[in-house]
Design a protein around this ligand. Structure first.
Ligand code: 8YV
Length: 327
C-alpha cells in the first residue's frame, strides 16, 4: 500500500473530524487549543505533506520559503484564504484549497442577527435587564429603527451575500448589491436585487450596509474614511467578512461623532485585539468572529478538508482548489 500522507493540523478540530483524519492519514494533530508558534509552524511546513491551517495561521511567503519538498497541499480549514499567500504557494507548486459552501447559511444567519440586533438595540436591552435597571415600560423608551422597508446594500454578492439577501428579503428589506461581476438576470429577479456598478453611489443610498467580500489586496480598507463618510448618518454597517475591509479607526470616529447610527461587527482588523475605540463606541454589537461557529458547520468544514486532501492524494484536482486568478 502507498504510504499515507503526513497531515499536520494546526488547531483542535471536532472529535469526529480528528478521528476520521487519523483513520485516513498519518496525522500530527495539535493537542492543545492554541495557535502554533511561528517556530512550530515552520517545523510543520518542513515536514508535512499536507498542512491544514486556520484563520489564525499566517502562511506567508516567509513561512512558505521554509517549506520542505514534501509539502504539496495547504488545505485551509476555512473559507477565506487571506491567511495564505496563494500566489507564492502556487508559484512553488503547492496547491491551496478552502471550504466554501458549508458555512454560507451559518454566516448569513449571524449577519441577519446583527442586522436585527443593532437597529433594534438588542445589546442595550440585555444590558438593562442584566444591570437590574428596568424601571418599567414606556412608549418612548428604547426605540430602535424598523428594518422592514429599508434598503440593504450588500458588498460582495457571492454565496454568503446571496444567502443574506434571501433572508433580508423575507424580512421586508429591499436588496441592493455591489459586486465585481453583475449577477445573471434570473438570480437578480429571484432576489429582487438591484445592482450598483458604483459602490460610492450605493453607499450613499443605503440604510444598512453588509460586507461579504473577501479580504484581498484590492479590498483592503475598501470602506475607507472617505467611503464611510458617504453613508447616511442614520445608516448601519454590518461586517461578518473580514475586519481589514473596513478602516476601523475611521469607523470608530464616525460612530463616536454620531455620523453613523451603529455597527454590528463579527470581525476586526487585528483579531483577537478589538480596537478600544470601537469597543467604547455607542450603538455597536461586537462579536468574537463567531459567524460560522456552529458544531454542524465545523464538522462539515472538516469533511470538506478531508475530501480535498483525499482527492488530491488520489491524484485528482481537489474540488475546492483556490487559484490566484480567483482572488
Ligand atoms: C472561520 C472564516 O472562523 O471561513 C472563514 O473564512 O472566517 C471562519 O469560518 C475560519 O476561517 C476558520 O479558519
Amino acid at each position: 500500500a502507498r504510504k499515507k500522507p503526513l497531515v499536520v493540523v494546526t488547531r483542535r478540530l471536532p472529535d469526529v473530524v480528528e478521528t476520521r483524519m487519523r483513520e485516513l492519514f498519518e496525522t500530527r494533530l495539535n493537542t492543545e487549543d492554541r495557535p502554533l508558534t511561528q517556530a512550530e509552524l515552520v517545523e510543520a511546513v518542513k515536514t508535512a505533506d499536507v498542512l491544514v491551517p486556520t484563520v489564525t495561521d499566517r502562511i506567508d511567503a516567509g513561512v512558505l520559503s521554509q517549506a520542505g519538498p514534501n509539502l504539496r497541499l495547504v488545505a485551509n480549514f476555512g473559507n477565506g484564504v487571506d491567511n495564505i499567500d496563494v500566489d507564492t504557494a502556487t508559484a512553488r507548486g503547492i496547491t491551496v484549497t478552502n471550504t466554501p459552501g458549508v458555512l454560507t447559511e451559518d454566516t448569513a444567519d449571524m449577519t441577519m442577527a446583527l442586522i436585527l440586533s443593532v437597529p433594534r438595540r438588542l445589546a442595550e436591552g440585555i444590558a438593562v435587564i442584566e444591570k437590574g435597571e428596568w424601571h418599567g415600560w414606556s412608549p418612548t423608551w428604547m426605540l430602535g429603527h424598523r428594518i422592514s422597508g429599508k434598503r440593504l446594500g450588500i458588498i460582495g454578492m457571492g454565496r454568503i451575500g446571496q444567502a443574506v439577501a434571501r433572508r433580508a428579503l423575507a424580512f421586508g428589506m429591499s436588496i441592493h448589491y455591489h459586486n465585481r461581476r453583475r449577477l445573471g438576470a434570473e438570480v437578480e429577479e429571484r432576489l429582487e436585487a438591484t445592482w450598483w456598478e458604483s459602490l460610492d453611489q450605493m453607499l450613499a443610498r443605503m440604510d444598512v450596509i453588509s460586507v461579504h467580500c473577501p479580504h484581498t489586496p484590492g479590498t483592503y480598507h475598501l470602506l475607507s474614511a472617505r467611503r464611510l463618510k458617504l453613508m447616511k448618518k442614520d445608516a448601519y454597517l454590518v461586517n461578518t467578512a473580514r475586519g481589514e475591509v473596513v478602516d476601523e479607526n475611521a469607523l470608530a470616529r464616525m460612530l463616536e461623532a454620531g455620523d453613523l447610527a451603529g455597527a454590528g461587527l463579527d470581525v476586526f482588523e487585528h483579531e483577537p485585539a478589538v480596537n478600544p475605540k470601537l469597543a467604547k463606541a455607542p450603538n455597536v454589537v461586537l462579536l468574537p468572529h463567531m459567524g460560522s461557529a456552529t458544531i454542524e458547520g465545523r464538522v462539515d468544514m472538516g469533511e470538506k478538508v478531508i475530501i480535498n486532501i483525499k482527492t488530491f492524494m488520489d491524484g485528482h484536482r481537489p474540488p475546492d482548489r483556490v487559484l490566484p486568478s480567483m482572488l
